[in-house]
Every structure is written in C-alpha cells, then in structure tokens.
Design a protein around this ligand. Structure first.
Ligand code: GLP
Length: 242
C-alpha cells in the first residue's frame, strides 16, 4: 500500500489528477474506473483544465463508472451519469461509445444489466486504474458492510447510513433511491491499480477502520489492503485517526 497524506483538498485533487493523467499519458488506450461523490469533483476539474490546456487527450480513454442509483435514467440530475457529464464527459474529447455506466431504469432487468456490465469490462481488457471514494461506513462503490460481499456487479439495497449521507444531493431524503447497481469487490480488486481518495474529518473513522487494522467484510474498503498496487490518497483531516 502506497500512502500519500496531503495538506488539503486542493493538493488532494491535484495529486489525484496527476496519477490519472500519468496513466492516460503512459498508455495508448487506457481503461479507467471512475467514482462519483463530492471527493473526486476537484480531481475532475483539474483533468478538464489539463484537457483545455492541451495537456491531456481523452480520445483513447474508456471509462466504467463504479455504480449508479437504480431507477434513475442517465438524464436525471441526481444520476451518476449526469454527474459524470457535468464534471467530466461534456468538457473533454472522450468518445460517447467509450463511456459505460451501469444504468438500470425503466424496469430493465437488473440481472441482465449487471451481467452485461461485467462482460463489457472483460471485453475491454479490464480496468487499468480504478478511482475510489469511501463511504462514512467504509463502503466502496455501493458495497455496503456485511457478513458477505459480492464479487461481481450486482443490485444492492442501500443501508440507512448511506441514504442519509447521500440525501444532501436530493431535495429530501425520501427522494434518495433505496437501491443501486454497483461493481462488486471482485471487479474492483481485479483492477491493475487502485487509488482511493478521502478528505475531511468525517472520513477519519472510515480511514482508520479500513487501513489501520484488520481486513473485514464489515469494512469493505479494508480489503484494499490486499491489493498489490493500491494508492491511498488522503488529506490530514481524513488521516487524523490513522
Ligand atoms: C457514494 C458513492 C461512493 C462514494 C461515496 C462517498 O455512496 N457510491 O462511490 O465514494 O458516496 O461520497 P463523497 O465523496 O461524496 O463523500
């Protein structure tokens, strides 16, 4: 595990963008696993800036998003697809055919959506760099703490803590979807390289529980300790209990 502790959110965003940009620069075609949430917003802004400054080219970039709320169409303002368009896709030269998000809406069969998603990841040759945030309860993607964790892309019931944490993006908590489609921990762990980002005091406990002790399915992010090419990128506040 490679650990970087930076001073603040701006440094975190720049460092994360450096790691992503290096990956894009090094490979003729790169497959990125992408995360949503407030944590990576600054990183996406940095990547857009570098594209505008002609320092980064997304022409040969393929992306797979980690997760998506079940029942929200890609044009729903709270969907993760919409978030990705606003924060990255609409501002760079990525090809629409190279964008994948596990959207499941209009009564699509979740089993079919999940199976197809895993096949597409395989067909693309697997993920080169997976970017992750972390939930306050230690979840990654939407893999919630539990006795068992699923390996592949699947439909998940969100726990109350996550619904509450994510309600800040919705008008009211009742509007937060109760289910989501998420890559499984196996799909995440199969990535060539993984970078988890976290900032702020409210993530300190999750960081301590995930990386300061034992590996447990009760803290899904702790499994990342087993990955051979894992980068933990956190600011001082998130590192304060570590
Ligand atoms: C959601 C997402 C996760 C994300 C987490 C933290 O639950 N499914 O992928 O890491 O929120 O989000 P934030 O960065 O807003 O704290």
């Amino acid at each position: 595990m490679e650990i970087h502790i930076v001073n603040n959110y701006q440094e975190l965003s720049k460092k994360a963008a450096n790691i992503v940009a290096e990956e894009i620069d090094q490979k003729s075609r790169v497959v990125l696993g992408l995360a949503t949430g407030s944590t990576p917003e600054g990183m996406y802004a940095q990547l857009v800036k570098r594209y505008r400054d002609n320092k980064l080219d997304f022409d040969q970039v393929v992306t797979f998003n980690l997760d998506e709320y079940a029942g929200l169409s890609p044009d729903h303002p709270q969907s993760y697809y919409y978030y990705m368009r606003c924060n990255l896709f609409d501002h760079v030269n990525i090809k629409p055919d190279n964008i994948f998000v596990p959207s499941c809406f209009n009564n699509k069969d979740a089993g079919v959506v999940c199976g197809e998603y895993d096949r597409k990841i395989d067909q693309s040759g697997g993920i080169d760099l997976q970017v992750l945030g972390i939930g306050v309860n230690g979840h990654i993607g939407f893999n919630e703490p539990g006795q068992h964790l699923q390996t592949q892309t699947h439909l998940v019931d969100l726990v109350e803590e996550t619904i509450e944490a994510n309600s800040r993006f919705f008008d009211s908590i009742d509007q937060v979807p109760r289910q989501a489609v998420t890559m499984g921990v196996g799909s995440i762990m199969h990535s060539e390289k993984i970078m988890l980002m976290a900032n702020g005091k409210n993530k300190a406990r999750a960081i301590q529980e995930s990386f300061g002790g034992l590996v447990s399915t009760r803290v899904p992010a702790s499994l990342l300790q087993l990955h051979r090419n894992f980068i933990l990128l956190i600011d001082k506040e998130a590192a304060s209990l570590f």
